[in-house]
Design a protein around this ligand. Sequence first.
Ligand code: NAG
Ligand code: NAG
Length: 310
Amino acid sequence: MLYLLFLLLVVACKDSFLKTEPDVRSSIISVLEKVTVFMENRYQDINLDAVLGFRVLQGYLKGALEKWPLEHELLAQRARVEGMIKKMSSLLEKATHSLVQNDPEYFKEFAPILGPHFWIIPHSWNRTDPLMAYSSFGSTSCFTEETSDACFTYLLGTWKENGKSCIVTNACRNTMTKPACSNYCLSHQLLYFIFADVKGCSDRLFLRAPDYKNIFCASMMKINLEIENNGFNLSSRDLFMENIMLCGMSGFSDFYKLRWLEKILTWQMPKEGCFGEPSEQISASCITVQLYCLISWTHLYCSLPNARGF
Ligand SMILES: *[C@@H]1O[C@H](CO)[C@@H](O)[C@H](O)[C@H]1NC(C)=O
Ligand SMILES: *[C@@H]1O[C@H](CO)[C@@H](O)[C@H](O)[C@H]1NC(C)=O
């Protein structure tokens, strides 16, 4: 399946600057090395989202190494990835320590998702079906962040000390399946089902998880294509990349478009190593979600066999 996917990408992107798979892998590794340098300089300032990004990245890099092709010429790249993982482990420890210091309450609520074994790599792939997407979207503020945070803590069991996990209240059920939500509400709905998967929650709501994921990601694909048609304006990039990360993580391979990866690679600030607006002050958010989608590509490309193989 991965071979096929890659062949399709290559065929579909004849004009791209990333002509071969080793080029892609090498570009991603270079970009991630710069991101690691950024983290080295700023680990005290980065927020929970960014720490989360690094945690997922570390997990995915480890996963990529497990499938790393044995070709001799890839040993040097392998060593670079191993170096990054090692550096990241100690930085993650330090960054997590600062998080606890800065906002212990918020940290506690999300501590489980910052653990080393929370994030999983998809084991099967599918594509979105455009017919499943909402034909039109309602308001972009379908529900508040407080509402979705509360629903997440009921699933994670962090709503109180030693709380039970996998609790689905009626309010959460309604919120998390509310139709026609868009933008960040939509990604939070998907995240809810991702958390339930990882926690192994068995509420009957989750029997329909594959259906909901199909609907959410088809709609998120529709939004991403709109963002592309609008020229990737600055205010939409964050959402664009978050959608790629979350749906990629849910196994929808059509989010890994080579032309999107190339675009995103151009958004890295060459000196600072983070992703953001050139005019903007370098802030913690500079590398948060922007990093996420690269993570998805990392595990896809870094674990592909060498092109010579087919
Ligand atoms: C793949 O996606 C289609 C809709 O796009 C869905 O009908 C089908 O059940 C999905 N397959 C799996 C294995 O999830
Ligand atoms: C930016 O793109 C988004 C998403 O496509 C669109 O809704 C919005 O109107 C655009 N904003 C500007 C300022 O062009």
